[in-house]
Write a protein that binds this ligand. Structure first.
Ligand code: AMP
Length: 280
């Protein structure tokens, strides 16, 4: 695996590969890799001649300085994992290379950036879009891979790419889960044993909400039930449980087949998110 820490060196390497007509797949990450990330890498490897994974903990998408400071960093293990699945290129740039000066351009996304994650993490999606735009310009991939685990982020990236005519096709990968249903996440590493067991409440709540919807229960009532479920467990906190249209997230679904359930909250200090398509 080729490892690059500088934009110029990565670009020189990739342009030599592109002259031999190799297709490029790109998987942007913040590191602390797990099997969810590796599923994206494997999908890219199947569909492209060369796969580039980036590891960059992007400061502009963190609204909470503690969350940024505590974000897990496991570069040595990440490198081993990427080698084990045959990733060809790792790009891990410095903060100075990505942001040589504080960025002045802000991207905004209308209602989509102010609901759910955007409401609880002001400025988050502007930061996500900023770094994704930069990375897509640096790598210029044919395909870029994103997980449905971050459903709202996926919608932001799709909006960015379609409105600004980026020459890349965005691929979605379904959420990879632990055997008990907890969505894999780098943040799970921060949970102690008890919290790890409690964390399954997010997936259980999604399943409960889906079941109650199929029984014809109103969504307001379901929100109350899920809140009550969270209140039975000390140390967990519900931020939101919402239902939205899969196409844009900004409107209510007309029929449940068009719906996605989205949930977020805390286990101790660790913030977790998850979602479930009603067609799943
Ligand atoms: P992150 O390192 O958390 O920024 O995630 C990098 C990419 O991996 C994003 O596109 C995520 O949506 C995706 N991802 C993270 N966790 C999972 C998971 N459990 N299943 C599928 N994709 C995931």
């Amino acid at each position: 695996m080729e490892i690059f820490t500088e934009i110029t060196a990565l670009r020189a390497f990739l342009s030599s590969q592109k002259t031999s007509n190799k297709s490029i797949g790109f998987v942007p990450t913040m590191g602390a890799l797990h099997d969810g990330h590796l599923t994206l890498i494997k999908a890219s490897k199947q569909q492209n001649d060369l796969t580039v994974c980036s590891i960059f903990v992007n400061p502009t998408q963190f609204n909470n300085p503690n969350d940024l400071a505590n974000y897990p960093k496991t570069l040595e293990q990440d490198t081993r994992l990427l080698r084990s699945v045959g990733c060809e290129v790792l790009f891990c740039p410095s903060k100075e290379d990505i942001y040589p000066h504080p960025p002045v351009i802000r991207l905004s996304f209308g209602d989509l950036e102010h609901i759910m994650e955007g409401k609880f993490r002001p400025g988050h999606f502007s930061g996500v879009a900023q770094v994704v735009a930069k990375l897509l310009h640096i790598v210029e991939p044919d395909h870029a891979y994103f997980g449905q685990k971050d459903f709202q982020q996926l919608k932001i990236v799709e909006t960015l790419v379609s409105e600004l005519n980026f020459n890349v096709s965005i691929k979605h990968i379904p959420t990879q889960r632990e055997p008990d249903g907890l969505a894999m996440s780098s943040r799970n590493m921060r949970l102690n044993q008890t919290q790890r067991q409690q964390a399954v409440i997010f997936y259980k709540s999604l399943l409960l909400a889906k079941k109650r919807l199929s029984e014809g229960v109103s969504f307001d009532k379901i929100q109350e039930e899920v809140l009550a479920l969270f209140e039975t467990q000390p140390g967990v906190k519900l931020e939101y449980l919402e239902i939205a249209d899969v196409a844009n997230l900004t409107s209510k679904p007309r029929v449940t087949a068009d719906a996605v359930l989205l949930i977020a909250g805390y286990v101790g200090e660790v913030r977790l998110i998850d979602n479930l398509l009603l067609t799943e």
